[in-house]
Design a protein around this ligand. Structure first.
Ligand code: NAG
Ligand code: NAG
Ligand code: NAG
Ligand code: NAG
Ligand code: NAG
Ligand code: NAG
Length: 431
């Protein structure tokens, strides 16, 4: 349960907020965040499909409220009229100290629904300016991959940033608003308690790396087929826990409150996807996720059916939540006052992208058979791939990846590595 006192303080506040203030907070979140989770439905099977994408609504001093993406030219090829999708953002992706659990209603979460289309005319230039200002690495992405500006043309903006449930924000008010953080809660939302101390397993150990990512993820986007918006996907931020320490299972458990749109979706069709990015870890690697959409920033989708836990599993879920979500104590004590259910995933398919050259061919069986990641549990030491000597370690990292690239016969990527190296090295090297 959320503390009654906080709730009592928050309710009058919630009542006092105008639609403009709510829209301002939505614009603030859209402007501050740089990446999110995209959910679509497979054109044939209608199974929810997840992805992790960077975006920009404009340079830091120029917010537009428009969602620009830089994806390969054929990204929407399966949907010539545009790809219906839901794009889910969380305040938990902002890198600050923790005060709120990702599932806490006060940790803002926003889902923008609409159609993703390739931009045309002057929107291409506008989109590039917005994207390159916030994602400088995109300028160096290889032309051979035909990256193109796309825009999510909005039909709905939905947000929870306070107690009292989700808000459908009128698009006119959304666009008219200026970005402004209008909730009283700190702009920070990362779990300070769980800083992954363990280093990711080596590149060659694919299944171990996937398990490492899932074990250390505290939140995911839950993608479902929308009941409210038939034929469309829906995505929502959920806190997850795949186990405690060496009891990590690779199969996240999560809680879905009854009033949540995801709850109705799951009741109608249990097929779902959980999408997680290394960029969303409580203490992301200092190197791999300088740019979230770069394939070296690992991402995974777990798809299958969500199943309600039985009584035995429920005890396990509450134990996991207690350890992994200390800032959301209600998750360990039966859930929110609104009622809801605990779920886990019956895993059918997995997509793990960890490097250039497209998703790996990791199978569900290999993933489940991998050992639970070692928990080294160092509280304040952020996970680092670079070690301490930044310049030296970047060289090592490049060497390591070069050999991996050679193995994968992906020679064109070397140019990208060099660009990445120059950018990272020149901008971050302490002189
Ligand atoms: C996070 O907390 C630490 C210790 O409390 C503090 O030194 C640091 O400045 C904080 N960082 C941010 C971004 O607030
Ligand atoms: C949300 O608002 C949009 C327009 O801004 C509208 O088309 C849509 O139907 C609304 N959804 C709900 C659930 O009210
Ligand atoms: C793993 O599960 C076993 C059996 O339930 C338990 O005894 C052990 O303490 C657990 N380990 C951790 C790290 O929680
Ligand atoms: C898993 O993949 C198979 C084969 O591609 C597909 O038929 C099935 O619908 C997928 N299931 C889910 C839940 O994604
Ligand atoms: C709960 O589900 C687990 C996993 O499917 C199973 O092993 C266990 O026997 C079930 N327990 C009960 C009480 O049904
Ligand atoms: C895909 O998996 C097979 C069998 O596990 C393996 O032999 C093959 O090398 C893998 N391919 C790539 C590109 O990793």
């Amino acid at each position: 349960m959320w503390p009654i006192v906080t709730l009592a303080l928050a309710l009058p506040l919630a009542a006092a907020r105008t639609p403009e203030e709510i829209a301002q907070n939505a614009r603030w979140l859209v402007h501050q965040t740089t990446w999110g989770y995209l959910t679509t439905l497979d054109a044939h099977t209608k199974v929810p499909v997840g992805d992790t994408l960077s975006f920009s609504d404009g340079a830091l001093d120029h917010s537009t409220g428009r969602f620009f993406f830089y994806v390969m030219g054929d990204y929407t090829a399966a949907a010539p009229q545009g790809l219906p999708c839901a794009f889910t953002l969380s305040q938990a992706s902002l890198m600050h100290n923790a005060t709120l659990d990702p599932e806490d209603p006060r940790c803002a979460k926003l889902t923008a629904s609409g159609i993703l289309r390739k931009s045309e005319g002057e929107d291409v230039q506008l989109g590039k300016e917005a994207l390159f200002a916030r994602h400088p690495q995109m300028k160096h992405w290889p032309a051979s991959h035909h990256f193109a500006v796309h825009e999510l043309q909005l039909s709905e903006v939905w947000m929870i940033d306070m107690y009292g449930g989700g808000e459908n924000i009128s698009l006119d008010v959304f666009w008219a608003a200026q970005p402004r953080h209008t909730t009283p809660w700190a702009a920070s939302s990362r779990s300070s308690v769980l800083q992954p101390g363990s280093k990711p397993p080596p590149w060659s150990q694919l299944a171990d790396r996937a398990r490492w990512l899932v074990a250390h993820s505290v939140w995911a986007a839950l993608g479902t087929s929308s009941v409210r918006r038939p034929g469309m996907a829906w995505g929502n931020v959920r806190s997850v826990a795949d186990g405690v320490g060496t009891n990590s299972t690779g199969l996240p458990m999560l809680y879905v409150p009854t009033p949540d749109p995801s709850s109705a979706d799951l009741a109608a069709d249990a097929r779902a996807v959980l999408t997680m990015s290394e960029a969303g870890l409580p203490a992301p690697g200092s190197g791999s996720c300088g740019e979230t959409e770069d394939p070296i920033c690992a991402r995974i989708t777990l798809s299958g059916r969500l199943r309600v836990l039985n009584a035995t599993e429920l005890l396990d879920a509450e134990e996991r939540m207690k350890v992994k979500h200390p800032l959301a104590p209600w998750l360990a004590t039966g859930g929110a006052h609104t009622g809801g259910q605990y779920f886990t995933i019956e895993l059918e398919n997995i997509t793990f992208l960890d490097f250039y050259g497209g998703p790996s061919n990791l199978t569900v069986a290999q993933y489940l058979a991998a050992a639970a990641p070692q928990e080294t549990c160092s509280r304040n030491r952020p996970m680092r791939r670079f070690g301490t000597g930044m310049g030296h370690s970047i060289l090592k990292l490049i060497q390591e990846r070069m050999s991996h690239i050679a193995r994968k016969q992906c020679i064109p990527c070397i140019a990208l590595c060099i660009a990445l190296y120059r950018q990272t090295y020149l901008s971050k090297m302490p002189l």
